[in-house]
Write a protein that binds this ligand. Structure first.
Ligand SMILES: [Ca+2]
Length: 329
């Protein structure tokens, strides 16, 4: 009899472990609505692509598992947040004159940056040729007051800045992903492939993401079917079941942006530098954006590739910038 007790104890312990694993598996299978479990792991972060001078060196990173929204946050989802909380996005607020010394008062009106396609070829060195500050542009009116969200409930919300995205994440009991989490999730287990779907830009001739085809920024052939944003499930998911990890809209990450961060970032769960620095616009605090957008073309911006990094001023949205959230177990 006495010899049986340890065996029973072991069996009970094994059964308990099996039950807890089963419970965890079930809880992950029935996780938060609209979210995908991203199992933790190790990957090679960064890119040797010549144009990505801020994505080097390629280095090994380990991230813990997390839940991630399967798609960018949609207009319908953001509308629920606004309706529930009364939140007013930064683009809808009157700019504070203290933040814009020297700008005439009549120019300090709510609005945001909108892409418009020039009528003829322009120098690619001058983004002011295709970006315009449009009064009244906001998430409700992505291209200005004459535009609205009709037919776009399932498109990603745009014209949201980092502060807006963070406010939504907090309300949803989620958070913005770290840059490392974002890239790990985007790569979907593929090692240093140029695209989130693999090696070929258009496998079997198929457009795999909403980017820009044709001559940027004046001629968009729309071979992928979309001149601006697309519904969040219009293109195939990656191997983790995540949609739009390439193209459609840039997505805010939690991290501050610095071009030199990869030289000394920690190996495990890096969370970004403690401050921001962009040599092109020193003094303007910026957070990381990832994934590229419908404006990415191989001629101008290939940063829809998973190693490519983007950045934006924390108070500035645009007609091609959105976000998605993550959640810890
Ligand atoms: Ca497109």
């Amino acid at each position: 009899m006495s010899a049986g007790r340890p065996v029973r104890a072991i069996l009970l312990a094994v059964a308990t472990i099996a039950l807890s694993v089963q419970a965890e598996t079930q809880s992950r299978r029935h996780g938060p609505p609209g979210m995908v479990w991203i199992p933790g792991g190790r990957f090679r972060m960064g890119s040797d692509f010549p144009a990505f001078d801020d994505a080097r060196p390629v280095h090994t990173v380990v991230v813990d598992g997390f839940w991630m929204d399967a798609t960018p946050v949609t207009n319908a989802q953001f509308a629920r947040f606004v309706k529930t909380t009364g939140y007013v996005t930064v683009a809808e607020r009157k700019p504070n004159p203290k933040d814009f010394p020297g700008v005439p008062a009549d120019k300090l009106v709510p609005g945001s940056l909108v892409f418009h396609s020039p009528a003829h070829p322009v120098s690619l060195d001058d983004p002011s040729q295709w970006w315009e500050y449009v009064p009244g542009a906001s998430w409700r009116h992505p291209e200005g007051l004459r535009s609205d969200l009709a037919g776009r409930a399932n498109h990603p919300v745009v014209q949201v800045c980092w502060d807006d995205a963070s406010a939504y994440a907090k309300w949803a009991h989620k958070r913005l992903p770290t840059e490392a989490e974002w890239e790990y999730a985007a790569r979907g287990g593929l090692n240093q492939m140029p695209y989130v779907w693999g090696r070929e830009p258009t496998p079997h001739g198929k457009q795999m993401a909403n980017t820009w085809q044709g001559r940027f920024p004046d001629r968009n052939s729309k071979r992928d079917g979309y001149a601006r944003t697309s519904p969040v499930r219009a293109f195939p998911p990656n191997r983790f079941g995540l949609y739009d990890m390439s193209g459609n809209v840039w997505e805010w990450c939690a991290d501050w942006y610095r071009p030199d961060y990869y030289r000394h970032s920690p190996r495990k769960n890096p969370r970004g530098p403690s401050d921001s620095f962009d040599p092109r616009e020193p003094g303007m605090p910026k957070r990381v954006q990832r994934g590229g957008s419908f404006l990415c073309s191989d001629q101008y911006c290939s940063r829809y590739m998973p190693g490519g990094r983007g950045k934006g001023a924390v108070d500035t949205g645009a007609s091609h910038v959105g976000f998605r959230c993550v959640m810890d177990l």
